[in-house]
Design a protein around this ligand. Structure first.
Ligand code: ATP
Length: 385
């Protein structure tokens, strides 16, 4: 059952774009964020995610298109007249006011006299009831960010916008705050739109993630769906790691048979977004954790029906829960394999000849006319960790 009331907090962007001179930061974009959802705009620096968020907030004027909140067209409204609030990376708390007064600020500004109950409720929500009389500098970064969230929520906005709110926190605190923000969102049921460049953060918190690239939404979906069924190499590489093998379609119905070098591989046709005609070129993709490694001497023990290719281990890193291998194969110069450390085969060391094998159902296919390296994260930033 749906009513107009239930959709009061939908965020609807129609043909919204932003250009700066001849540069297009956001290409015309249609997007609906359903009321009550936790939505993440995810992408590398410069992809247009902050600009999109700022257009929802009213802090940036769109070059074209409209912004609706529920049934209301807010495109022409200034930020303070929109039923939205924003939490930024810099919490910008008032240093001279205590936590209680920081949170009460929005209510007092609206002339509301009895603030005690509402502020208390908000402080409890962010689990800072005990800290009410402290000044911001007496709190940790994570606590200060929770005050900023409480301050933003006290006016009951229809939508809370979060612009890299955890960016200033160290890695461990960021992980805690991700769970904390998710809990708060579930509790208050307000639509959250969260901007981040951190794929794990987006996947941990959001119900729906929009992956942005070059001012466009490249793919939108639930985290698991994006991870398992990426439609482009950019999404496949930006969300985790993918291995790709160039192959040619040989035929098939529900299962496509493709040829890569001397190998025949199978994948579900439904998981191939590339061309499926015989002779077409596709990129066969498989995630590192889906692959098993077997020493070449034991190749006969691999069950029939699995996709398999051969290679040689180039590198292995023991990282506690798993061992990560890099395998060189004529079909893929650097195949990544993550193996859980359950029963380790001591022969699987650099130089060993191995067979990589996996369930064909865990294979996806993409159009080969794409850059295999698109979206591969460069080694940079995260100096905070
Ligand atoms: P980041 O995570 O680094 O903030 P982002 O994905 O949020 O990146 P935006 O801030 O939305 O990216 O910027 C998108 C593009 O628009 C960038 O290339 C940026 O340089 C450009 N841009 C943003 N604001 C302006 C402006 N006022 N004038 C000119 N170009 C701008």
């Amino acid at each position: 059952m749906t009513t107009a009331q239930e959709h009061g907090g939908d965020v609807r962007l129609s043909g919204i774009s932003k250009t700066y001179g001849s540069f297009t930061a956001v290409q015309p974009l249609d997007l609906t964020v359903p009321q009550g959802s936790f939505f993440a705009l995810l992408g590398a620096s410069g992809c247009g995610k902050t600009t999109t968020l700022r257009m929802i907030a009213g802090l940036e004027e769109p070059s074209s298109g409209t912004v609706h909140l529920g049934d209301q067209d807010v495109t022409a409204l200034p930020p303070y007249k929109r039923p939205v609030n924003t939490v930024f990376q810099s919490y910008a708390l008032f240093p001279h006011l205590d936590i209680f007064e920081n949170v009460a600020f929005g209510l007092r500004r609206r002339g509301i006299k009895s603030v005690k109950g509402k502020v208390g409720e908000m402080l409890d929500l962010v689990q800072l009831g005990e800290q009410a009389r402290k000044k911001p500098h007496q709190l940790s970064g994570g606590q200060q960010q929770r005050v900023a969230v409480a301050r933003a929520l006290i006016n009951h906005p229809k939508v809370l916008l979060l612009d890299e709110p955890l960016g200033a926190l160290d890695l461990k605190l960021r992980r805690q705050m991700q769970l904390e923000l998710k809990r708060i969102q579930t509790e208050v049921g307000i639509t959250f739109v969260h901007v981040t460049h951190d794929q794990e953060e987006a996947m941990t918190m959001a119900d729906t993630v929009a992956v942005m690239n070059g001012g466009r939404v490249e793919q939108l979906g639930a985290p698991a769906d994006l991870y398992e069924n990426p439609r482009t190499t950019f999404v496949a590489n930006f969300l985790g790691t993918s291995n790709f093998i160039e192959a040619e379609v040989q035929g098939g119905g529900d299962d496509l048979v493709v040829k890569a070098g001397d190998c025949k591989l199978t994948l579900p046709a439904a998981r191939c977004t590339g061309p499926t005609d015989t002779g077409a070129k596709v990129l066969v993709g498989v995630r590192p954790e889906k692959i098993s490694l077997t020493h070449a001497d034991d190749a006969g023990q691999i069950p029939d029906g699995r996709n398999r290719i051969t290679g040689r281990i180039a590198d292995s890193s023991f990282i506690g829960v798993s061992t990560q291998y890099v395998v060189r194969s004529p079909l893929c110069p650097s195949f990544e394999v993550y193996a859980q450390n359950v029963e380790r085969d001591g022969r699987l060391t650099p130089g060993a000849e191995v067979v990589l094998h996996w369930n064909p159902a865990h294979t996806f296919g993409l159009d080969a006319a794409q850059d295999v390296q698109a979206g591969v994260e460069k080694v940079e930033e995260d100096t905070s960790a």
